[in-house]
Design a protein around this ligand. Sequence first.
Ligand code: RUQ
Ligand code: CUA
Length: 663
Amino acid sequence: MMSRMWWSLVTAAAVVLVGCGGNGGGPSGGAAGNGDAQAIAAARGLTPDDVTAALKTYMPTGRHDDYIMFSSGGHSGQVFVIGLPSMRLIRSIAVFTPEPWQGWGYGVGDEILEAGYVNGNELSWGDTHHPALSETNGDYDGEYCFINDKANARVAVIDLKDFETKQIVKNPIANNDHGGTMVTPNTEYIIEGGQYATPLGNEYAPIDEYNESYRGMVTLWKFDRSAGRIDESQSFALELPPYWQDIFDAGKLASEGWIFGNSFNTELATGGIESGNAPFEAGASQRDADYLHIIDLPKAEAAFRAGKTSKINGFAVISLDTCVKEGILFFAPEPKSPHGVDVAPKGDFIVVSGKLDPHVTIYSIDRIKQAIADKNWEPDQYGVPVLDQDAVVEAQVELGLGPLHTQFDDKGYAYTSLFLDTAVARWTLGGDYESLNPDVAWSLVTKIPVHYNVGHIAASEGDTVSPDGNYLVSLNKWSVDRFFPPGPLLPQNFQLIDIAESGDKMQLLYDMPIGIGEPHYAQIVKADKLSPWTVYPEIGWDPLTQKVDSNAAKAGGERVVRQGRNVDIYMTAIRSHFTPEHVAINQGDHVRWHITNVERAEDATHGFALPAHNVNLSLEPGEAVTFEFDADQAGVFSYYCSEFCSALHLEMAGYLMVKPTAL
Ligand code: RUQ
Ligand code: CUA
């Protein structure tokens, strides 16, 4: 039986391989055979499953991926762009961390990075956790991507026209975050929830005043889509009890207008293991329940508009008292040390996992609304109404050990990562999803092992109102033995899983080592929803303003203009020369250097490396960049193009001559 299956699969594989290879060049020989798929598979020790996995992921040269995954880069501070199903890394987008290949922080984007400094202190890294794609009517629209920096409570905006960071905002009231970024269904707001409570506004208070002086928060950043920027003046925060807020998600459809967040450490543990206190890991895990946070966004907005806010560091904050008085904030008990909170596609259910509970708990928005209407609650110690658990919980499903995050498909299944089981569970949703699959509602269907210690999972279009249920990526924290060990620091492992078929069929397709960061979350969008530029629309384009810079250097207009000690250099770059090639200035001059790449050809990027000045630009076709410096070093500096652009790329160079003051 087994061998018959094997035969037919290999034959199928051979047919497909021959078919694809017939593109002019005929079937290609592999390392272990001459286009004979069966021989290659045998020589490489591949099972039938391996062969189908290879067939499902292999991309012949020139063929583009069907999906694009935007992954956090963890404490690399960046965002990674990965194609599915090939799992090819297409790009790393520099966000919080200077990155010379993109010129980011080396003459390009400096003012954006500087806007993210805290009290003037340079921050040259971030800890990115949860990317969010902009949405229209609850569907990814392919226009923007947002990402948070957990370490410093910042949020960045990436424009998907050029895949570059356009804005970094520093949260004025918090110094760390976690529950960001998630967006409301039309990207009206970008959510940034806090994590470790501190006195708001970076004030000081001793830890024994934790209950009175430390606070949690969630910030709602207003996104101005026409400007492509967060509008800080229309943004506001909610003061929350000093529980450690964790992840947030925006309601949609049935729950549009609501925001959900989970929390841990409702014990208000303050740690201090060195003084004989319970360490946080024990202190913050004593109670059976923490609190699901339920926020009425229209009411919060109304309070903000009515000026029912106070200012912390100039930023509008709705106080905890006002949140309670205005009916903005409610809690519901959620099982031990919850981590994920995920809203189902129709917005009707909210799935929460307790890291220390083998179940996922499913809340119903109808029940939540009813409990609020019925005032079916008891206040917590801060006066926040805690809704009756039995009244709001729709179901619980036992899945296994260490459930964390949940994603959804088009077949009525939910998928939850099981950190301790190191598996992904597929289970059935009830209610309106029941008819979509043959399995019993609210029950575990199957689990697939992953390698190892899965954190988040991401399904194709998985956070939208219409997930498409083809692929799921398991973002595994550990890879242990999966790859060649490049020293003791091992990569993470992204595993691609085929979830297209129902029932217990899920197939592990591909392992991708991530050796450039420690990603947390990712979102996967259909590639055809993205329409990036391949060259900037016009020559002299300023990516910061997304329009032509009237001051950009133009072909024929190259020159050096001196006004007193201020020198403006107008330079163009084209294969294979800079104009001018000689720039002579005096020590002590202040230099503003404008360079335009006047190319119109796709991929004709030039670099500009200036020794001893920490300058390296990436100038994409059409792009204009200006950087400034004080010419305090005398000498001769050979600038050159740092991107291998042409056969005469090495000749693409010039001299900056800085005459010493003494001469
Ligand atoms: S994290 S593994 Cu979202 Cu920051 Cu859960
Ligand atoms: Cu331009 Cu190398």
